[in-house]
Design a protein around this ligand. Structure first.
Ligand code: ATP
Ligand code: MG
Length: 452
């Protein structure tokens, strides 16, 4: 994966170079010594976080170039997280910069530990904001436009969504991976009276435990190293709307207590805070874990489980939704064909059979991925089982007699083991648990050529 981009704007070589060395492991570093270079890099490379020294040439002992850069950057990308670096005793400048939209400030000489914490937070916030923006963009469609399904199993889910959407109770969504848990959460929000307010998502397993508490509940200034200014958490960002807690099974026990408290009293406390804050947020949680098992293992609080799951929606796996596989497949096909500028008319009968027969461990997400891939791979005007990578042994040999089918299968199997062992007969024979000479004989009989 690409490293996140960090732009360091600093005219002092003695500071710039060591910073680069320390941070290069975690970030892709872009360096600039003055405003013009900084702006050029900022526009071309779009870093999500910038550290900005205020005193830049041609006026290194003043702050005007720094402030000009700050304003230019924010007018170009209002979501950029700019951390201003000021000299000793220049707190006024720092506060002014915050007032003008800087994300945070640090005083020289910057402590590396502190810098790292501040940067880590800035990148998280930036990423979460981006995800939320994307969600907001997607969520303007019709309530169920994004959710397809005609099976009685999914229709029951739709009915439940409609029913709970107009209430305020927490909802717990469970189901295997890729069954559409997030989509259900979005649908509930869109059908609720909260639809004009934010839908905020947080994935409890994606954020390190140390950061999760302040991410959720916010923190007061000085609550911990690097907490320079007060910051609101996801609860407060979701004010008036819905907070979707994904992978709730991963929420650490200490935070489970805080969440329970919120569900009982609708109040939260920021990290390092003394006062309780009232927030009006509806909670929807999801997990693909068996929470009952987590409760037995004392990793999840039973009282929280019952509070969260006042209403519980269980998403059926795709293989149990009669008729939905083809419904989804046929509605996804034109979408991906257009995206890839291909003219694909449909599926061959074998492909339809293979789609119906497959077990779909990855559910709707797997179906999306297979269709996407098939569209790219397809040579003809119809999708084949090969394009979908769903060639079952049965499909392949269904017109053969038993003898031909068995030999065909044996041949495929031997070929696969041979190629995995790069044509090494001894190793392949070992894996097949037969003698080398037997393997040679089989290869001869079945017409398998040695693969190098
Ligand atoms: N009923 C449906 N109709 C159309 N698309 C669907 C449906 N259900 C799920 N999808 C699509 O399948 C993909 C997976 O859905 P989603 O992310 O909601 O699943 P999830 O249960 O949250 O998965 P995970 O457990 O892996 O987080 C998404 O791209 C979503 O748009
Ligand atoms: Mg999900």
């Amino acid at each position: 994966m690409d490293k996140p981009k960090l732009l360091i704007v600093e005219d002092d070589e003695a500071i710039r170079t060591p910073m680069k060395w320390v941070l290069a492991e975690d970030y892709e570093i872009l360096l600039a010594e003055d405003r013009v270079t900084a702006m050029d890099l900022f526009k071309r490379r779009a870093p999500s976080v910038v550290t900005l020294d205020l005193g830049l040439p041609p006026y290194p002992s003043e702050v005007r170039e720094g402030f000009a850069a700050l304003a230019e950057m924010l007018s170009h990308d209002g979501f950029a997280k700019i951390i201003v670096i000021t000299g000793q005793g220049e707190k006024d400048h720092a506060l002014k910069a915050i007032g003008q939209g800087a994300y945070d400030f640090l005083c020289k000489p910057t402590q590396i530990d502190e810098l790292k914490v501040v940067l880590q937070r800035a990148f998280y916030v930036s990423q979460l904001e981006r995800e939320n923006r994307e969600l907001q963009l997607q969520s303007n469609g019709e309530p169920f436009a994004a959710m397809l399904g005609a099976s009685p199993e999914i229709q029951e889910v739709f009915a439940l969504i409609r029913k709970v959407a107009t209430t305020e109770v927490p909802v717990l969504i469970t189901g295997e991976s890729g069954t559409g848990k997030e989509l259900v959460a979005k649908a509930i929000h869109q059908l609720s009276t909260r639809k004009m307010s934010p839908f905020v998502v947080i994935n409890c397993s994606a954020i390190p435990e140390a950061l999760l508490e302040s991410e959720l509940f916010g923190h007061e200034k000085g609550a911990f190293t690097g907490a320079h200014i007060q910051r609101k958490g996801r609860f407060e960002t979701a004010q008036g709307g819905t907070l979707f807690l994904d992978e709730i099974g991963e929420l650490p026990l200490s935070l489970q207590v805080k969440l329970l408290r919120f569900l009982q009293e609708q109040r939260i406390e920021r990290v390092g805070g003394r006062e309780e804050i009232f927030v009006d947020v509806r909670i929807i949680a999801a997990t693909n874990r068996d929470l009952m098992e987590s409760i037995r293992e004392s990793r999840f609080r039973e009282d929280l489980y019952y509070r969260l799951g006042v209403v519980s929606i269980v998403l059926p796996p795709l293989r149990e939704r009669e008729g939905d596989i083809m419904l989804l497949a046929t509605s996804l096909l034109p979408k991906y064909s257009t995206e890839n500028k291909k003219k694909i008319k449909g599926f061959t009968p074998e492909a339809i059979q293979a789609l119906e027969a497959h077990n779909w461990p990855g559910n709707v997400r797997e179906l999306e991925n297979r269709i996407k891939r098939a569209v790219i791979m397809a040579g003809g005007s119809k999708i084949t089982p090969q394009d979908l990578e769903l060639v079952s042994q049965y499909t392949k040999h269904k017109n053969d007699g038993l003898k031909e089918a068995r030999e065909g299968f044996e041949k495929d199997f031997i070929l696969r083991v041979l190629s995995r062992n790069k044509g090494n007969i001894t190793k392949a024979a070992e894996e097949l648990r037969i003698h080398r000479s037997t393997l040679y004989e089989l290869m001869e009989k079945l017409g398998v050529k040695r693969v190098e």
